[in-house]
Design a binder for this molecule. Structure first.
Ligand SMILES: O=P(O)(O)OC[C@H]1O[C@H](O)[C@H](O)[C@@H](O)[C@@H]1O
Length: 283
């Protein structure tokens, strides 16, 4: 690993390694297990942007609940045709990645490059290289590049499944999402995105849109999200009932986060030698 950054600290934690950044723009924490960004606090307003479950494990034994899980090579349970019993959201969020490079750029932002290779996995029998570039600056920028290093084409779905920290879901709105969505809580039927996007109960929506700008609007704060390389934006909150069945989210916490995910939900074909990049930027 090449580390030329003046703003980075690396600590071992059980089967995991934690990378902490403190530069002129922001502080951030990233777990090597999952290449998982789980804290981003811009110094400009000292407000944490990412929600992290107080019950999340950083030991490198199980997927981290909160921050930005990387879903790959499939999103949710969109397993390759006819297959069952595969891990939800794929393998990337529960793999130990390697950290190839850390450096400070000319704007004093910190750039990190994480890598993972697949040489054939249950449900994904292909050779692929993943690189995940994270920039900690005024913005948090996360770019997941999938490269096909096999001699046949493969298909992926994927997501940067970010949990955003909010004060109270009851006082939170989204702007920037319109058109129809598929509702997982109602048989994947199509509905029109609400003109005033508020939250009432379990929300699990696939908005098939390439819209790039979404804002989480709260009474005293706005969080800006920009997305690229996606075909969908997924909006998820378990609501009061479903949260009771999720082991690593305290029941009372469901109003403290909303997931707005940069996603590929229509299988995307990547030909040998080609690559695709999915990006989410947060500030
Ligand atoms: O519990 P997880 O496997 O982390 O998934 C959490 C959620 O991820 C996505 O947002 C899906 O659309 C949801 O259906 C799922 O419940």
């Amino acid at each position: 690993m090449q580390n030329t950054s003046k703003h980075c600290q690396i600590t071992n934690q059980s089967n995991n390694v934690i990378v902490s950044i403190d530069n002129p723009w922001a502080t951030a924490s990233i777990s090597l297990f999952g290449a998982h960004v789980y804290s981003f606090i811009p110094k400009q307003d000292a407000r944490e942007r990412l929600w992290m479950s107080p019950m999340a494990s950083l030991e490198g034994d199980t997927a981290i609940r909160g921050g930005t899980p990387i879903c790959w090579p499939w999103f949710s349970n969109q397993f390759p045709e006819g297959q069952t019993g595969l891990p939800a959201h794929g393998y990337a969020r529960s793999s130990l990645w390697s950290l190839d490079q850390i450096s400070d750029n000319q704007n004093n932002e910190t750039e990190l490059l994480f890598k993972l290779e697949s040489n054939g996995l249950p449900g994904f029998p292909y050779k692929a290289k993943l690189s995940f570039k994270v920039i900690i600056g005024q913005h948090l920028t996360m770019s997941l590049t999938t490269s096909n290093i096999d001699n046949k084409s493969f298909k992926i779905t994927a997501a940067l499944h970010t949990y955003f920290k909010i004060e109270n879901l009851d006082n939170t709105q989204l702007t920037g999402i319109s058109g129809t969505y598929r509702d997982k809580t109602r048989n994947f039927d199509n509905f029109e995105a609400p003109a005033v996007y508020v939250f009432e109960g379990e929300t699990d929506r696939i908005h098939e849109t390439r819209a790039s700008d979404v804002t989480i609007v709260e009474p005293d704060a706005e969080t800006f999200i920009k997305t690229d390389g996606h075909d969908s934006l997924v909006v998820w909150n378990p609501g009061a009932k479903l949260v009771t069945s999720i082991a690593n989210i305290p029941n009372a916490e469901f109003k403290q986060f909303v997931c707005v995910e940069a996603a590929i939900t229509t299988p995307l074909t990547i030909a040998p030698g080609n690559s695709h990049t999915l990006t989410q930027l947060v500030f």
